[in-house]
Design a protein around this ligand. Structure first.
Ligand code: 4AD
Ligand code: MG
Length: 433
């Protein structure tokens, strides 16, 4: 059959001025209802669904009766207004060309999560998944937009690396000719070299963590938006983080109101996030807040998914949690000059129970402190030679952060698990499809 590239989508053709005109659409059969006198085909494309009807006696009736759910077709017909139909319009079919008749579609209402993710390649077509992916697209675009408008250079680091950034326990190890290589946990150490040349830089790339524990917010491969800035301190980098999150959430509200509605996302907290300054709390105040919310945390406790869920479940706006005890954070964080038992770090915790979406802070910027911190953490200075060099030849104050993009999408869409926010998620248990 002749292939016509149909440029227009349902949303483009369903308007008053097109009523009575002939319309051509490609699409998938979202559902089909067959009666003695009519066949109603709900045609779906990326922009929505439209009801198409064929009547008994018309030449298209036999062809329409052949259609099954998820068959792919091109429909030609005349646009009519119909109040009863979803979207308010209907097409009287004049011609149907079938690309492919679908076998009985395996995905039906009420399937469990595991079955749906086993069939992610087919489930991906669903209107809910499509809506989440449209929000995800806005999130990526608006991160690029924010950094581009702010004068940041986009720059890349390797995925094969020789050592750890975020601790050895989550490193993916592999053979690399006669050596060991690892998959990158973060671009950060390379960013600290590149920032000396470009001063304001960012990237969006996959990072890898061999996460042993199975939680609702950990992937083994996640998308990491990271930024690094020269001559910037902890407060300065938190300003950037806050403006970035506000910008992305604002764009999602502007571009994706229909999708958020389809997902049943109540947008009050998102509007508040755009409008309200994010509170900046010290670690010890966060521990107090946690204990007020029914936890029994000791000073010095690390915050995991459960603790952060309890802390943020009643919040509607993200909150910064800053200046953690030095033992809780990696070697690269700068000790607070006024209290070296703590570091100049920040986590940004998303509200509504979601917790950490950003980790960042000010970096160690003198050689002696860095060498001491490597020793204290039991890391071999030899593996960090080039990183130490950066403090040997013109060290500068600098700061940066990493945003977990999938976590941000999960929160904006208010999904119960990070897997919903990712096209084809990778977890300890899932490598296919
Ligand atoms: O807090 P993290 O480990 O910080 C870093 O990697 C820094 N080196 C970043 C930097 O300063 N350039 O990771 C940053 C963010 C976390 O806040 C979280 O949102 C996300 O990355 N993240 C994960 N997302 C999904 N699955 C995982 N396993 C994640 N691990 C971290
Ligand atoms: Mg972190």
């Amino acid at each position: 059959m002749e292939i016509i590239l149909v440029e227009k989508l349902i949303k483009d053709v369903t308007s008053k001025e097109n009523v009575g005109r002939k319309i051509v659409l490609n699409g998938f059969v979202n559902s089909v209802r067959k009666g003695k006198n009519n066949v109603f085909v709900m045609l779906r494309d990326p922009s929505g669904v439209i009801q198409c009807v064929s009547h008994a006696g018309e030449t298209t009736f036999t062809e329409a009766n052949r259609l099954t759910r998820e068959s792919s077709v091109r429909v030609e017909g005349v646009l009519k207004e119909d109040r009863r139909a979803e979207g308010g319009y209907e097409i009287s079919i004049e011609n149907i060309s079938v690309y492919g008749i679908a076998d009985s579609f395996p995905i039906k209402k009420g399937h469990k999560k595991v079955f749906l993710f086993d069939n992610r390649h087919l489930w991906f077509r669903s209107r809910r998944v499509t809506a989440i992916m449209k929000v995800r697209s806005t999130v990526f675009k608006s991160i690029h937009e924010f950094f581009d408008d702010g004068g940041f250079y986009e720059i890349q680091s390797p995925s094969f690396v020789g050592g750890s950034v975020e601790g050895g326990s989550t490193l993916f190890e592999m053979d690399y000719f006669e050596k060991k290589a690892y998959l990158s946990q973060s671009w950060q150490l390379y960013a600290e070299a590149m920032v000396d040349s470009l001063w304001k830089i960012y990237t969006i790339a996959p990072s890898f963590r061999a996460e042993k524990s199975k939680t609702w917010r950990h992937l083994t491969e996640f998308w990491h938006a990271e930024a690094e800035m020269a001559f910037t301190d902890l407060d300065g980098i938190m300003d950037i983080e806050e403006r970035l999150i506000k910008h992305v959430v604002k764009r999602a509200l502007e571009n994706n109101s229909a999708e958020l509605k389809l997902l049943g996302r109540e947008t009050g907290p998102l509007h508040k996030t755009v409008e309200t300054p994010f509170p900046r709390m010290r670690y010890e105040d966060i521990i107090d807040l946690a204990n007020k919310n029914g936890l029994k945390l000791e000073y010095g406790a690390d915050l995991g998914a459960d603790e952060e869920r309890a802390i943020t479940s009643k919040l509607e706006v993200p909150v910064f949690s800053m200046r953690y005890p030095i033992k809780l954070k990696p070697f690269y964080h700068k000790p607070d000059p006024s209290d070296p038992t703590h570091v100049l770090c920040n986590d940004l915790l998303a509200p509504e129970g979601y917790g950490e979406i950003v980790g960042g802070g000010q970096r160690v910027d003198d050689k002696e402190t860095l060498l001491r911190r490597l020793r204290e953490e039991g890391l071999d200075e030899k593996n960090y030679g080039w990183y130490v060099d950066l403090r040997r030849y013109g060290a500068i104050p600098h700061s940066g952060f990493g945003l977990g993009v999938d976590r941000l999408v999960m929160w904006i869409c208010k999904m119960p698990h990070i897997m919903y926010a990712v096209p084809f998620p990778r977890t300890p248990r899932r490598l296919t499809p």
